[in-house]
Design a protein around this ligand. Structure first.
Ligand code: UDP
Ligand code: MG
Length: 286
């Protein structure tokens, strides 16, 4: 068996409604995992990352961390977003193994048991994979599946139907800390680490309390980070467009000279202006 110090990392943005129950369920789960001899309860803890909440989240976390020695919490100076909050939690804590899970417990905590079994069997990364998204609404389900298809088409290696519920070993964390990304998209970075990995399936539930903290703009910005940081295809398409535009404008220059010198059809003025705009535009795209 491998080392058994576990940190559960939970990002929280305005989660005052969900937190009390989440803390209770996760504390129970730590006890259960320890009874199954998968973790060492003395060393393990739940680390909440307050991502600049403006409700009572931090107050609740401070109170809980005094009362419950399984709970600790850090606070980010402002709202940095889910991905950065997760990364901060992983990088700030020292542990043998990490599991990240959302504060609304939409992901099944019981899957942690199977994740840890895989870890003890030698896996460095274990992905939680949803086998049933019926709890998500029509829009979320379809936009998510379309987005994963697009990402795969663009050549980014993401795990289908996997959110941010996953286990990372200490060596996976060390590799992750070497990526200096500013628009973090963990679902794209982690498969690139290349260490031995496995998946466990679970059913995704409805959010227990409160509303989604992913506004439409946050969702779009996460998708853009996903596409632009892990696929070269958008860049290549733009380069090809640049090449086509500049080569065509050079051909046009020859054509314009031909018209001007050898025919009567030349219209004064427009050609030199237009061709230089096209040529410079093409070069810039390139
Ligand atoms: N979250 C965060 N910062 C944000 C938005 C969300 O830390 O700016 C956290 C949130 O508290 C939750 C997790 O990220 O623990 C996932 O958010 P949510 O459940 O609202 O997203 P959904 O499940 O609707 O995609
Ligand atoms: Mg959620």
């Amino acid at each position: 068996m491998r080392n058994k110090k576990l940190n559960i990392i939970v990002p929280c943005f305005n989660e005052e409604e969900a937190l009390p129950e989440t803390i209770r369920i996760l504390s129970n789960e730590l006890n259960t995992l320890s009874e199954s001899n998968l973790i060492d309860l003395e060393l393990s803890k739940i680390l909440f990352v307050d991502d600049g909440s403006n409700d009572r989240t931090w107050e609740i976390l401070q109170k809980e961390s005094r009362a419950n020695n399984l709970v600790s919490a850090i606070k980010l100076t402002r709202n940095f977003g889910h991905q950065n909050a997760l990364l901060a939690g992983i990088l700030e804590s020292d542990s043998d193994v990490f599991i990240t899970i959302d504060a609304d417990l939409q992901d099944d905590v019981l899957a942690m048991n199977r994740m840890l079994q895989d870890y003890h069997a030698g896996m460095e990364i274990v992905y939680g994979v949803r086998n049933d998204r019926s709890s998500d609404n029509f829009f979320k389900r379809n936009s998510a599946s379309l987005f994963y298809k697009l990402l795969n088409l663009l050549g980014a290696k993401v795990v289908n139907n996997h959110g941010d519920f996953r286990l990372l070993s200490k060596s996976a964390k060390n590799s992750l800390s070497k990526y200096k990304e500013s628009n973090v998209y963990l679902r794209g970075i982690i498969p690139l680490i290349g260490l031995p990995s496995s998946s466990v399936e679970y059913k995704r539930f409805k959010r227990n309390k409160g509303k989604t903290k992913y506004s439409f703009t946050k969702m779009i910005s996460l998708s853009l980070s996903g596409i632009t940081s892990f696929s070269l295809i958008p860049l290549r398409l733009i380069s090809i467009l640049g090449l086509i535009v500049s080569v065509s404008s050079v051909l046009m220059i020859f054509y314009i000279f031909y018209i001007a010198l050898f025919t009567e059809k030349a219209i004064e003025g427009w050609a030199s202006t237009l061709v230089s705009i096209y040529f410079l535009g093409g070069m810039q795209l390139l």
